[in-house]
Ligand binder design. Sequence first.
Ligand code: IFM
Length: 452
Amino acid sequence: MQQDPTLDPRAIARLFPRDFTWGVSTSAFQIEGATREDGRGESIWDRFCRQPGAIADGSDGDVACDHYHRWQEDLNLVASLGVNAYRFSVAWPRVQPLGHGAFNAKGLDFYERLVDGCLRRGIAPHLTLNHWDLPQALQERGGWAERDTVHRFVDYAREVARRLGSRLRSITTHNEPFIQSVLGYETGIFAPGIRDRGAAIRVAHHLLLSHGLALQAMRADGVHSDLGIVLNLSPIEPASDSEADRARARLEDGRLVRWYMDPLLRGSYPQDVVEALGADAPRVEPGDMRTIATPLDFLGVNYYSRNVFRADGAVDPHTLGSEITDMGWEVYPQGLTDLLCRLHRDYALPDVYVTENGAAFPDDCVDSRVVDVARTRYIASHIAAAGRALAAGVPLKGFMVWSLLDNFEWASGYAKRFGIVHVDYATQRRTPKASADWYREFLRAERMSAAA
Ligand code: IFM
C-alpha cells in the first residue's frame, strides 16, 4: 500500500508546521456503554434506541465499546498512534442525570480520570459538552426546542468547566447543531425523532444561543481553555449551470453552511433562508444575535463529503463517478480544500480545526489484521487536502481523524465501521487497522520533518 505515491507519509508531512495539532475523535454515547452505571441518567438516545425500527440493526448504546471500563486501554491506543490530541465528549446525563439540579460526583470523577489519563500520556484533552445525548428529563420539558434548555446547558457547561477547565486544551459547546436540529427535529431519523420544521429551527437557534451564553459564562468564570463550536460543513454544488440548479444549491448552502456561519461570525441569519422559512423563521429576542456572535477561539469543521443539488433535490452520489463509502457518501477530498478556502474567503475566521474526518468501509479482521486500503487512502488524501488549504492561507491548526474506534454509528447501529481501530463487539477486542499504522507512520514522519 505504501508504494502508492499519494500515500507517502513523508511527502504529506512536509505540508504541515511543527506545532500542528494531530488527533483522533470519539463521542460519549458512541463508545462508553455503561448507560445505567454509577448514577448516569437516561439520554434521548437511550430512549430513541428503544423505538422499533429507529436503529437499523436494532442495537443500542448499552455496552457500545465498553469504553467506560476500558478507557485506560483506549488511551494507551491513542498514545500508541503518536497523536498529541484526543477529542471526546461528556455525556451530560452522566454528570447531571436530569439535566438540571444535582450533579453526579461519580460521573464527573470518570471524566476527571480520563482527562488526567490524557495528560499523563502527553495528550492534550479536547472536550465537547454536547455530542447529542441530551438528558431525557429535559426532552420531557421540550428539549432543545424549549428556550429554557439554553439556561440548563449553561449551568452544565459551567460545572464541567469549573471541574476540568484548567486541564483542558479546548472546550467545544456543541457538535454539529445542523444534525441535532434537522435530523433530530425535522426528518426525525435521529433522536428525539420529531418531525416539525418549526421546532427544528427553534432548536438550531437555541443551540447557537446557548453556545454564546456558555462561552460568556465560562470566560467570566476565568476558564482559559480555547472555547469554540464544531459544525458539519460541506461544499454544496449545483449539478449544472442552470439558474434553477444554482438557486437550489445556494439555498441548501444557506441551510447547511450560512445558517450557522453567518450568526456565529457576522451576527445575523442569512436573509434568503429566513425568507424561505416563512412562518418557521426563528423568534429572535433582543440581544440574541449579539450573544451568538460572541468571539470564538476556534471553529471546528467536520468534513466527510460534498453535496450536489439539482433544482428538484440532491443528486445521488453514486452517479457522480467517484468512490463511495459504506455510508453512501462520495469520496471527494478536494471538497475539503474548497470548503476551507471558501470559509476563509467569506468570513474572518478564528483558528480552524478539522475536528472530524474519516470513512466507513466494511472491514474484515483476518488473522488479527484489518487491511483497510480504502480508509487509509481516504484519510491520507484528506490530510493532503487540508495541507493544500493551509498553503492557501487558511488558519488551520489541527486535524482529527474520526474515529479512534469502530462504534455506534447512530441510526446505522454497529454495521458501519469508522474506526482506525477495529472493535470485535463480541469480545471487545481492539485491533489497530492498517489505517492506524499509516497514521502512526505519518505522524512519525511529521515529527521528523518538523525537527529537520
Ligand atoms: O459518527 C458521526 C459523529 O458522531 C458526528 N459526525 C459524523 C460521524 C459519522 O457519521
